[in-house]
Design a protein around this ligand. Sequence first.
Ligand code: DC
Length: 243
Amino acid sequence: MIVAIDGPAGTGKGTIAGLISKRLGYTYIDTGAMYRCITLKMLNEGIAIDADISVIQDLLQRTKIEFININDKQRVFLDDEDVTEEIRTPKVNELVSPVSAIKEIRIKLVDMQRELGKASNVVMEGRDITTVVFPDAEVKIYLTADADERANRRYKELIEKGIETTYEETYESIRKRDENDMKKEMGALKVAEGAVVIDSTKMSIEEVYEKVVELIINTELDGTTDDEEITVNGSNDDALEEN
Ligand code: DC
């Protein structure tokens, strides 16, 4: 079974995928982390966004990305080095969307993602999983939330981590990334045919999780998901992580 989740930044895709992995034993693939790894490597090697395609191809050929569970937490390894924290720094945030618009990078990562999807039960989240990577996934979800709410969640999270920023800066960074992600020539963020839209603006993590589990169970029972837009007026006390 493949559970594919797409949506803009700050909707809680990663948190939900993490819960599905932990509680249902699914293999969790955070595809945004893969684009972040390539961005970090380009920064480390001083490779510019408009570098010659042969330079980018060469970089891709000598890149290894792995997800490894350590003490029940998923860690991201780039060329055998743990970069879980480093790929979430502002310098990577700034560049990752334009990097992810480079076609050669998308082709390579989509290939890797399809390979990773061969594991038995997989939950994969990103921007083009329901549209490009696995358009035939058994469960397809588009998770969304109001931009204000997403910026709020992200801002709280950054402050808790001790990262200095303002709400305005956080909002602007999310807005810019959404805009880039939606207008990409290849793999643009959009609602896939047959995807269930969940608006998490007023939902807690548990409410979103319950909804997704319901979809998984219904699919297991009858092999279909119903198209529907779900907006539940619940509490939003639980900050959803940006992913
Ligand atoms: O999910 P995230 O915020 O970590 O993703 C980082 C960036 O990578 C985001 O700006 C869009 C891009 N991305 C993509 O283009 N396709 C994916 N499947 C996942 C992420």
